[in-house]
Design a protein around this ligand. Structure first.
Ligand SMILES: [Zn+2]
Length: 696
């Protein structure tokens, strides 16, 4: 089942790279013959600094990304089971092999710890395709029968509550968030939701590509209903209904860029108020049925959504609502059912939408499923294997060095008054650093895992996670709970927590090497650390104070100066082309990607300052023909080496707040005087922006 909470958590955290898609990304070396031994063969070690990636036929001052990554891109085509392939994916793949080894041991007969037993049984059940095929649609049947037995519109909302408690996204979303005005307390949050395609735009836009996507989507929904046993003509009508219902939900939804502003999602109200605003939702019944604790007030992310859809609940026929509920169930169950369902799910979601040619081998999908559903248990085994105390100690030292650089950077800002600077220091010193893995491991002992029941395992683990999330409501905020599992190749900042988080999965080459020179480590993981720190001060983060409360700590003049500088960055990135193919040219959305681009530019500056503090300005002998300053920028450019399918690039341009690798590299380099100095770039060259954008 799709993990609803991953998507929802994603709205509340600022990650380094797109999260759900990274979970489904991976490699070329791995396509050698499958290993017959119990442990998988590891792909090559990933170099921190890759001389062979560099394209020396290009002038670094003309196109630095091409210079850093040109040969890498040429030599690393997208594997047929991926929609994109970059350095993140190389490491993600490397981690998969480590996890495969751990899971192979855990699933083999022998004496195991309780954790090994659980993840081993889970993995084994997922790998047992024979049993999955034999069961056919049996796991789906009780769910479909439940919906079939609905006799009146009053029964729709209890069904939605039931589906939510099993982590099946439908109609709207409900999840815990720290109170925006008192982050020490976690409260319930009710929000828009219920669509299947990746963004509301897909339902509302009239360009050729959007029209085609809706047509393909409808065909996909029809095929899925047919697989579930419906006649073709019935299934075709059902697909039309699904699209109509979801279009209604999309129309009522707030735009993704608008949602970046937390103030637009800030509507705390007594429960009675939202109940009265949207009486047809019968939210009193919903709250009573969904398994959450009792509460009398909550936040509603988009009250207009509930007002608008309230009418739709009346206008749409009961049978059509039932069709929609069945579809959301089918869509969620597809990945855990037989090959026919898995394949149809792949054909639309990966092949058509993402341009992926082949599905990933089952063992990789089963590892991702284990990570999704028992990730903190699997992560515990992973950390024991790869992440020692010296990794942690060296990362802590780098984080401190970069925080110090940020302190001096704030001190030197020409556009900020001392009054605001004092507040910025307070926020900076309050940032909590979480490195590698959580202090306390999650306890999965109540999740029942059976070796012959894959769908049941996923359902029980999903219900456990929903319950765990609901239990956070009406309690002091749990700041120790991580939003990503330890093997994840990513990092994140949480505005309401004011913390930066680096899972063990990213603290490896090419981001970080124990025996690599400082210049390279600061250019790679150093910039990542600086990026996360800067999120606390980007267009979104700056609206939260040191405690993570939505509170203005800026003088009006300084806020205005910030907005001016940020709009320079937004305009810069809006001018970049994300994808150009036979369906036309798509530009980046500078406002959607503003926070990430601000973090990239700030991160590059801060990590460079920290490096300079260490090596000083005295000349150091070049390594491989590059000065430390050049190695720093090349290491930065090289973490973003990637190839992406045109289809995937289109989806990301609409949905991803991050810019593609080319623009993460060149966009920041164009604004960096230190970069231009390191490579001797001159005014008039492409990598020297005439009016450089600078926030932090
Ligand atoms: Zn980020």
């Amino acid at each position: 089942m799709e993990r609803q909470f991953i998507h929802e958590a994603n709205m509340q955290i600022r990650s380094l790279a797109v999260f759900p898609l990274l979970l489904a990304a991976v490699l070329s070396v791995a396509q050698t013959a499958p290993s017959t031994s119990s442990s998988a063969e590891f792909p090559k070690q990933i170099p921190n600094f890759d001389l062979t990636a560099i394209d020396k036929t290009v002038d670094p001052c003309v196109d630095f990304y091409q210079y850093s990554c040109g040969n890498w891109m040429k030599n690393n085509p997208i594997p047929s089971d991926k929609t994109r392939w970059g350095r993140f994916n190389e490491l993600d793949e490397h981690n998969l092999y480590i996890l495969r080894d751990l899971l192979d041991q855990a699933q083999a007969p022998g004496k195991h710890s309780a954790i090994q037993q659980k993840v081993g049984d889970y993995f084994a059940a997922c790998m047992d395709e024979g049993t999955v095929e034999k069961k056919g649609t049996v796991p789906l049947q009780p769910e479909m029968n439940r919906i079939a037995s609905i006799k009146s519109k009053q029964e729709i909302i209890p069904q939605v509550a039931y589906m939510h408690s099993n982590d099946i996204p439908v109609l709207f979303n409900f999840y815990p968030i720290p109170d925006m005005h008192d982050s020490s307390l976690t409260i319930p949050n009710l929000d828009q939701g219920g669509i299947t395609l990746p963004d509301r735009d897909y339902y509302l836009k009239d360009d050729d590509k959007s029209v085609e996507t809706r047509q393909k989507y409808q065909e996909h929904v029809q095929k899925m209903f047919e697989l579930a046993g419906d006649k073709p003509e019935v299934a075709a009508a059902e697909a039309k209904t699904v699209l109509a219902v979801e279009t209604g939900l999309a129309k009522a939804a707030m735009d993704r860029t608008e949602r970046r502003d937390p103030k637009k999602r800030d509507h705390t109200m007594p429960t009675t108020e939202i109940v009265a605003l949207a009486p047809n939702f019968d939210l009193t019944q919903y709250f009573a049925d969904n398994g959450s604790p009792k509460f009398t007030s909550l936040n509603v992310g988009n009250p207009d959504f509930f007002k608008a859809v309230n009418e739709q609940l009346n206008a749409v026929a009961l049978d059509d609502w039932k069709t929609y509920l069945r579809w959301r169930t089918l869509d969620s169950y597809a990945p855990v059912l037989t090959a026919a369902f898995v394949d149809e799910d792949f054909q639309f979601n990966r092949k058509y939408m993402g341009g992926q040619k082949e599905i990933e081998p089952r063992w990789k999908r089963c590892i991702r499923s284990t990570d999704d559903n028992l990730g903190m248990a699997l992560g515990q085994l992973y950390v024991d294997k790869v992440f020692g105390p010296d990794n942690k100690a060296r990362t802590v030292k780098m984080v401190q060095a970069i925080e110090q650089a940020m302190h001096s950077d704030i001190g030197q800002l020409p556009w900020m008054s001392d009054t605001t600077k004092q507040q910025a220091y307070v926020k900076l010193s309050a940032i909590v650093n979480n490195i590698g893995y959580p202090d306390k491991w999650r306890d999965y002992s109540t999740v029942i895992v059976k070796r012959d029941d894959y769908a049941g395992n996923v359902q029980r683990a999903s219900a456990f996670e929903v319950k765990r999330q609901y239990n956070k409501m009406e309690k002091p905020t749990d700041r120790k709970d991580w939003s990503m599992t330890p093997p994840t190749v990513n990092a994140y900042y949480r505005p309401p927590m004011n913390d930066i988080n680096f899972p063990a999965g990213i603290l490896q080459p090419p981001f970080y090497g124990m025996n690599t020179d400082d210049a390279v480590n600061y250019g790679a993981i150093g910039v990542v650390i600086g990026h996360e720190l800067t999120h606390g001060f980007d267009d979104q983060g700056r609206k939260y104070d040191a405690q993570g409360n939505l509170k203005d700590w800026w003088t009006p003049e300084d806020a205005k100066a910030f907005e001016q500088r940020a709009s320079c960055t937004a305009d810069e990135y809006s001018s970049f082309v994300a994808v150009k193919d036979d369906k036309g040219e798509v530009h980046l959305n500078g406002k959607l990607t503003l926070g990430e681009n601000t973090a990239d530019n700030g991160g590059l500056k801060l990590a460079y300052m920290a490096l300079t503090n260490i090596i000083g300005n005295t000349p150091v002998k070049p390594i491989d023909g590059y000065t430390p300053q050049q190695r720093f920028f090349l290491a930065y450019g090289q973490i973003w080496c990637q190839n992406v399918t045109d289809q995937q690039a289109r989806v990301l341009a609409i949905t991803d707040p991050h810019s593609p690798g080319r623009w993460r590299t060149n966009g920041a380099a164009q604004n960096s005087a230190a970069f231009q100095e390191a490579f001797g770039c001159k005014a008039g060259q492409s990598m020297v922006r005439e009016n450089a954008c600078r926030v932090w």
